[in-house]
Each structure stands twice: as structure tokens, then as C-alpha cells.
Design a protein around this ligand. Structure first.
Ligand SMILES: [Zn+2]
Length: 370
């Protein structure tokens, strides 16, 4: 049996199944409910967070012949079916990253004039709209100023600051959030369950963290892991596959730093290098670890910690053992090491010296006080 790529198979088909963008889906639904559709929308936000997905759902919903009382597409009428089977004539997508010339836009403008045969609206999605050439932008502006009644434009961009003010002022803007690790993990759990895949929570957490706020990336990394490991995903397999350093190393290092145990610290670092990780990757991860510990020091910032429930407890416990002075000094040392890593001639010694400094924080503090 061929494994269907999750990002495609589990693409949401209604507003309510879109993850992590509640503000946007609620507002779009309200616009449909109140019959207050704009002619142009601008969807901004990082890649892989659901901009195109929401645009497609919106296009489908406003053309649905039998919209539900909850203002969702019915997914059963002829129009919805044609959308779901990618054969609807009411939706047109242009990827401005590869079609950014005046001619591409002129072709689109010609199409816009023709009213749809079936359904009420023709929806034009222009992805990566900031990539349009200046001339293409200008050609498009006229149409955007006086669009035909049946036409709705949804412009999507990852780089809002590159959109001309003349375009911005004509669009209703929606800012999409990056997906939190928590939301991504929940979605991966759902997909795993549907696919009959057993997955350790920490394994999914590493995948979600690696995806860095993009659901599409989280799903494609998930697929990659499934292809390698089959129906049972463990934390160990994931960190091996993704070349992620086990966070256990960081916890052990901090324990050693607190005890001023220089020998153990250097040996742990040696072990990390022997596993094929490079120093810059390591020091970056260590800095993030200190950052996370700092966030755990206060109940108001603990929410900024993006880790799974089981590991969170370990962070909270370690954070109790560190005081703010220690963490501040540790962050200073690690960020400085990271900053100068590229220019350091002896990279191993450069990191080792940072480790030596980290192993002497309490002693150095005492010296200063005397
Ligand atoms: Zn329908």
C-alpha cells in the first residue's frame, strides 16, 4: 500500500478543522454570515501555516450551494465536490514566485472579466504576491481598484513589508500566526492515531520543534520519519533521524556546571563531538536550554516554553536549582561563544573555554564579592 503524504491527506476541508488560526477562521466565517465579503484579502504570515488552505476553504464555502447553519461548506454539493477534486472553475491560483511577469498578470486579468458559469464567485489566489515585478504590480492595481462583482482576490505573502501601500490599502489584511509546538503536536497525534501509528509524545515534540511553526513542515518531517521507522515512532529514532542533539545532554551539563564539575562537563562535550555534532550547533542548543530555564523561573513566562508535558517537568525542576544570576551569566557566556564561533581559529578550544567558564560561575561570583 502506498503511503499518502500526510500534508495532503490531512489538509483541512472546513474552517473548523484548520489548526491554530481560530481568529482568522472565525472572522472569515462571520464575514460570510453577515454577507460582508471584501473584494480583496491579504493573507500574511510565515510559510506552512495555512494561508493557501484557508484561501481554498474560503473560496469553496462562498460557492457552496448548501452552506451549513454553522457557515461551513457542505462538502457534498456539486460545487464543493468540484473543489475537493481540484476541478472547480471558480478558483484560480497563481504562484507569483514563478509567474511574476506583466504577461502573467495580463492573462489573469483577462480571466477575471469572465463571470463564473456555475457558482457565485470566482476566487483568485495569488501566492507569494510580493514576488510580482513592479510592472506586474502596476498592471494588477487597476483590476484591484475596480474588480467585477463576481471576483474576489486573495493575496498571500510571507513578506508583508514588501507589499506596496497602494495594494495594502485595498485589501482586508489577515495576519496568520506561526503554529505553536503544542498545536502541532496535537495535530500530529491526531494524524498518528488515524494512521494507526504509535508515537512517543517526546518524539512528536522534537518533530514539531524542528518544524519551527510550520504545520506543513511538521507533517512532512513526520512522513519522513514514518518512511524510515514504520508504525512505531520513538524519541530515540527521531533524534537520530533528524540529527537532533538529545536534550538529556543539556540537563546533564547544567547539573555539572552547578556542581562546578569541569571534568564531567568536558567529557560530556567530548561525547557530543564523538556523536558527530558540531560545536556551533551544540552551543546554540545550550543557549536555548538556558533560555528555557530562565523562562521557567516565573509563572508568567513559563508559557513561553515550547516543550512537551513530560519534559516540561524536568525543566521546572532544573530551573529551581539555578538562580537568575547563574542563568544570566550562562546566557552571556553561551551567546558570546556563539557570536564568535565563526571567527574562532580553534573551534574546539573556543567551545571548551566557554564550558570552563560555565563551570566556574559560582567561584567567579565569589571572587567578585571579596
Ligand atoms: Zn457545498
Amino acid at each position: 500500500m502506498e503511503y499518502i503524504v500526510s500534508a495532503r491527506k490531512y489538509r483541512p476541508s472546513t474552517f473548523s478543522s484548520v489548526e491554530g488560526q481560530d481568529n482568522i477562521t472565525v472572522t472569515l466565517k462571520n464575514a460570510i454570515k453577515n454577507k460582508q465579503l471584501a473584494h480583496a484579502y491579504l493573507f500574511c504570515g510565515p510559510r506552512g501555516v495555512g494561508k493557501t488552505t484557508c484561501a481554498r476553504i474560503f473560496a469553496k464555502t462562498i460557492n457552496c450551494l448548501n452552506i451549513t447553519p454553522d457557515f461551513e461548506a457542505c462538502n457534498e454539493c456539486e460545487s464543493c465536490k468540484s473543489f475537493n477534486e481540484n476541478r472547480s472553475y471558480n478558483i484560480h491560483e497563481l504562484d507569483a514566485a514563478s509567474n511574476n511577469s506583466v504577461d502573467d498578470i495580463r492573462l489573469l486579468i483577462d480571466k477575471v472579466r469572465i463571470p463564473p458559469q456555475i457558482g457565485k464567485y470566482s476566487v483568485y489566489i495569488i501566492d507569494e504576491v510580493h514576488m510580482l515585478s513592479q510592472a506586474a504590480f502596476n498592471a494588477f492595481l487597476k483590476t484591484l481598484e475596480e474588480p467585477p462583482k463576481h471576483a474576489i482576490f486573495i493575496l498571500a505573502t510571507t513578506e508583508k513589508h514588501k507589499i506596496l501601500p497602494t495594494i495594502l490599502s485595498r485589501c482586508q489584511t489577515f495576519d496568520f500566526n506561526r503554529i505553536t509546538v503544542e498545536v502541532a503536536v496535537e495535530h500530529l497525534k491526531y494524524v498518528a492515531k488515524k494512521e494507526g501509528i504509535e508515537a512517543e509524545e517526546e518524539a512528536l515534540n522534537v518533530i514539531a520543534t524542528k518544524a519551527d511553526g510550520a504545520m506543513r513542515d511538521a507533517l512532512s518531517i513526520f512522513d519522513q520519519i514514518v518512511a524510515f521507522t514504520g508504525k512505531n515512532i520513538t524519541y530515540q529514532q527521531v533524534i537520530d533521524n533528524l540529527n537532533v542533539l538529545d536534550y538529556d545532554y543539556y540537563f546533564r551539563l547544567v547539573e555539572a556546571f552547578l556542581k562546578e564539575d569541569l571534568i564531567s562537563s568536558l567529557l560530556i562535550y567530548n561525547d557530543i563531538l564523538n556523536h558527530g555534532f558540531d560545536g556551533s550547533h551544540f552551543i546554540n542548543g545550550l543557549a536555548s536550554h538556558f533560555r528555557d530555564l530562565m523562562m521557567c523561573r516565573d509563572s508568567q513566562t513559563v508559557g513561553l516554553l515550547e516543550v512537551g508535558a513530560s519534559i516540561k517537568q524536568r525543566y521546572l525542576e532544573q530551573a529551581k536549582l539555578c538562580d537568575n544570576d547563574f542563568l544570566y551569566e550562562a546566557l552571556r557566556i553561551t551567546t558570546e561563544c556563539d557570536l564568535n564561533y565563526r571567527t574562532a581559529r580553534n573551534k574546539r578550544l573556543h567551545v571548551e573555554f566557554a564550558i570552563m567558564s560555565l563551570s566556574r560561575i559560582p567561584t567567579e561570583k565569589k571572587k567578585l564579592l571579596n
